[in-house]
Design a protein around this ligand. Structure first.
Ligand SMILES: [Zn+2]
Length: 259
């Protein structure tokens, strides 16, 4: 009787071990599969997007990004300028422009003059197409684009009024004769586009909308759009990564409009 009981126990014990063994193998299989599947996407081109820095600050709480005196005054699709924002020290540019009088804030106007002088000395001839755009003009421009291409398309290449970097008086769109004074991707292949990409930071400018950063800046690649933030800041940003955005460098949220 006890022997039979013992055999039953042994059989049950072995059966139990087998079941536990199966469960463990099955679970370890589960553990392994997600790991391999998370590794795979990093090998696809889609995942070559660089890791983004988590936004850590709200520019609206820091006067460096809101004061009309500051050269870091900040605008993107998540952060609008104060209503009726007009820079106080706009001056006409002394550099070569494609379509007549163009204005920027004094400090940026001086910097762009220095930058163009240095370029010209090397046989490089950039030309400003637009720089400061007031809120009303930006509204006209944006509304025209919306009528032409629809709002979704217009939002990818034009700002809504009060959200435009151009309204700060610190941004300039730059092209050249070889590119027909057009603002397009081809500018990156011109001598002027390449010189600016390499040297703009030495004069306080950053390429505001680098390639592959649309999810962060809210704008497609604009090799022609340069934004003045001062030599010290621009150089520091450039030295971290020439392709870095203001959003990443300062830890400010970006991307598309909230609504
Ligand atoms: Zn621009």
């Amino acid at each position: 009787m006890t022997k039979k009981l013992l055999v039953t126990f042994v059989v049950m014990f072995v059966a139990l071990l087998t079941i536990i063994g199966f469960i463990l193998i099955k679970d370890s299989g589960k553990d392994i599969r997600p790991i391999t599947s998370t590794v795979e996407p990093t090998e696809t081109p889609e995942a070559t997007v660089e890791p983004t820095i988590e936004p850590t600050m709200d520019p609206e709480s820091d006067p460096r990004f809101t004061s009309t005196d500051s050269v870091l005054v900040f605008a993107n699709k998540k952060h609008k300028l104060p209503d009726g924002y007009v820079p106080g020290d706009l001056v006409s540019l002394s550099v070569s422009t494609a379509y007549g009088d163009v204005q920027m804030r004094q400090e940026a106007a001086d910097a762009i003059a220095n930058m163009f002088n240095a370029a010209n000395a090397e046989g490089i001839y950039p030309v400003v197409t637009t720089a400061y755009r007031g809120e009303d003009f930006q509204r006209q421009l944006y509304d025209n684009y919306v009528n032409r291409d629809g709002q979704e398309a217009a939002d990818t290449y034009s700002s809504r009024p009060s959200y435009s970097d151009h309204q700060t008086g610190l941004a300039a769109d730059i092209s050249c004769e070889a590119n027909g004074y057009n603002l397009n991707r081809d500018f990156e292949n011109t001598a002027e586009g390449q010189w600016l990409a390499q040297h703009a930071h030495e004069y306080g400018f950053v390429m505001r909308y680098p390639d592959g950063k649309q999810d962060i800046t809210g704008y497609m690649y604009e090799p022609w759009h340069f934004r003045y933030i001062g030599v010290e800041e621009a150089t520091a940003l450039y030295n971290v990564d020439p392709n870095m955005t203001m959003e990443e460098y300062y830890g400010i949220s970006g991307g598309n409009y909230a609504e």
